[in-house]
Design a protein around this ligand. Structure first.
Ligand code: SF4
Length: 625
């Protein structure tokens, strides 16, 4: 096998068994790697009756075929399984250095089941896999634990780990890598914690990959790196980070404000923009392995009350989730929030969104002082958020901390109020892009995403911005963001491309410069696949369908392809004032184009047959009434 190694590690923490497995080569060709291959493993081996945090639950770490290449955007990896936050399929992408290091060790991924009897870690050094006690790291934040692990395993070791939030079972706990990169979404930190697994540490002994056509790849790499790194969008990201264009988002109505009650706050354009972060707090720029874009930030805030020593800085999502969404324009507070969330191991999107929901619930009187333990929750009170509320959530402390640690949908259900003003789909809190201003197509792909509202499940966000065209496949729509016209057809291509991006574990920022012929050449030179554009898109549709089939086994149907009333309400303020999308209309057309049954939400037999996966539907109907 080329590109991929063909090998994964199966670890049962209960029995302490470790086995190296060679996966069928056909699975790689059909499901690529990353979240697609993880979904195939889960579909074949998952027990769909399990509680997401049951010891037998599967936690999958999976590389794409390109991990380890010296190519911008190719160093990401996936974490996947049944989401503790949503109770159905979930996957999460993480940048940094872990995926390449795992590939250099000779593995494409690992599947972890069982529950260790004591706090443990998995060490992968070359091909040597060992289960070790980890009591000395348990209870520590990710910054300190990362430092200690590097002291113990070498400074060139790379780890994925949980913080106290994962240990305590916070449902939106994440998995952190090198203190700053996160497999952020869907709560897999809680699953690691339930397994008593503090960290997975990898350290390669050699850095080699076998490619199908090394010479051809080298020529392609030079061309692609040049185009990716020199692109205007890349230089903007490098200079001012992922919040570089927050200013544009504010004016288009893409930036949600105060729990999505508005999508316009003009002062945020200056106060929270990436340029302001650069001027006030940036000390260094950094990025994932071999990436010339280097969009990540290192910051330092000297002034109180939100001083933070030099370290990882906030990305766009964190700046908005702990900024306008909470009624705050304090950029220093977002730096501190980013640092605390990463150190504790919580997803900044779900955490900020859940706190925003709580603030509105308090304002409405749905959450009382009795519910909050006397704490007043007011918009923009970042001292209360960072000093009291966030630590309470991480520790699940008190009635309020325990309630909010469940995420917004479950918190509203337990409270018996406020479900209508959560901003989520399928239980996953919405990211910080508001489709009422950003583009109606995004509302459609938010609703269709298997894991729940997700802006990186596919490139629709960029397509509606006009930043992506695929003329090679006749995809040349001129899309008006605030219109339903052509959105279903665009989404049908977008979800297939997104499934490929997330299975190849390729960064969306770098992918902007990768054309369809480039993709085909990459798969050919690295993995040896002789695909044409149709076969390539078919692979994407196959993976998109497979995740829906998995959700079908959890009982989800077409009704779950929805957004909450708060997200569907007319836009309020600025250019998007009064903007309202017709989700039903776009959904109906999308189902038709994608051959999905509107009631069950499942792909039809014809759709599956077209993708060479008709047998998958039989599995579903055999097991579900
Ligand atoms: S653009 Fe940023 S997130 Fe993407 S691979 Fe490069 S450094 Fe990582």
């Amino acid at each position: 096998m080329k590109g991929n190694t063909g090998k994964i590690i199966n670890i049962n923490l209960s029995t302490r068994s470790i086995a190296i497995e060679t996966l069928p080569e056909e699975w790689y060709r059909l499901y690529i790697g990353g979240s697609g291959l993880a979904a195939k493993i889960f579909q074949e081996r998952g027990d769909f009756s399990l509680d997401p945090l049951a010891p037998e639950a599967m936690l999958i770490f999976m590389n794409g075929p390109f991990a380890g290449l010296k190519l911008s955007g190719a160093s990401r990896g996936s974490v996947a399984g049944c989401s503790p936050l949503t109770g159905h399929w979930g996957d999460s992408s993480c940048g940094g250095y872990f995926a390449p290091e795992l590939r250099y060790c000779g593995f494409d991924g690992l599947v972890v089941t069982g529950r260790a009897a004591e706090p443990s870690l998995i060490s992968i050094e070359g091909e040597q896999v060992t289960l070790l006690p980890a009591a000395q790291y348990w209870g520590r934040g990710t910054e300190e634990a990362t430092r200690l692990l590097k002291e113990g395993f070498g400074k060139d070791s790379r780890s994925m780990m949980i913080g106290p939030a994962g240990e305590n079972g916070v449902k939106f706990a994440n998995i952190i890598h090198e203190g700053q990169n996160a497999a952020g979404r869907a709560g897999f930190g809680a699953l690691m914690g339930a397994k008593n697994l503090k960290a997975v540490v990898v350290k390669a002994r050699k850095k080699e990959m076998a490619l199908a056509d090394a010479e051809g790849y080298e020529i392609l790499r030079g061309d692609l790196n040049g185009r990716i790194n020199d692109a205007l969008a890349s230089s903007v990201l490098r200079e001012n980070g992922t919040a570089a264009n927050l200013i544009g988002g504010v004016y288009s109505g893409d930036v949600p404000v105060k729990n999505w009650t508005s999508n316009f706050w003009e002062e945020a354009a200056e106060a929270l923009n990436g340029t302001t972060l650069t001027e006030k707090y940036l000390t260094r720029r950094t990025g994932c392995l071999y990436c010339g874009i280097a969009c990540k930030r290192i910051v330092e805030v000297k002034e109180e009350p939100f001083a933070v020593p030099e370290g990882g800085g906030p990305e766009y999502e964190t700046i908005v989730a702990f900024g306008t969404l909470l009624g705050s324009l304090d950029l220093a507070a977002t730096c501190k929030a980013s640092r605390l969330c990463n150190d504790s191991g919580v997803d900044t999107i779900s955490c900020g969104a859940t706190i925003a929901w709580a603030m509105e619930a308090f304002e409405k009187g749905d959450l009382t002082r009795e519910d909050t333990g006397g704490l007043a929750l007011h918009w923009g009170d970042m001292t209360a958020v960072l000093d009291i509320l966030l630590p309470a959530i991480v520790k699940k402390e008190g009635k309020l901390g325990a309630l909010l640690a469940e995420g917004s949908r479950e918190a509203a259900r337990r409270l018996g109020k406020g479900l209508d003003y959560t901003a989520q789909s399928k239980g996953l809190e919405a990211p910080m892009h508001d489709p009422r201003g950003g583009g109606y197509g995004l509302a459609l792909t938010y609703a269709m995403s298997a894991r729940g509202t997700c802006h990186v499940a596919d490139p629709m966000l960029f397509i509606e911005m006009g930043a992506r065209y695929y003329p090679e496949i006749g995809f040349e729509y001129i899309l008006e963001p605030q219109s339903e016209k052509d959105k279903a057809a665009a989404a049908a291509v977008s979800v297939a491309l997104g499934a490929i991006e997330n299975s190849a574990c390729f960064c969306q920022f770098a992918d902007a410069e990768v054309t369809i012929p480039d993709w085909l050449a990459l798969f050919k030179t690295v993995a040896g696949y002789e695909w044409d554009a149709e076969e390539f898109l078919r692979a994407g549709r196959r993976i998109f369908y497979l995740k829906r089939l998995i959700n079908g086994r959890y009982g989800l149907s077409g009704k779950d392809d929805d957004l909450t009333p708060r997200m569907r309400a007319p836009g309020s303020g600025g250019e998007a004032d009064g903007a309202r999308f017709d989700l039903e209309k776009m959904k109906a057309r999308f189902y038709e184009i994608m051959k999905i049954d509107p009631e069950s939400g499942l792909p039809t037999k014809a759709a599956l047959a077209d993708c060479g996966m008709a047998d998958e539907l039989d599995k579903l109907t055999a097991e579900c009434p």
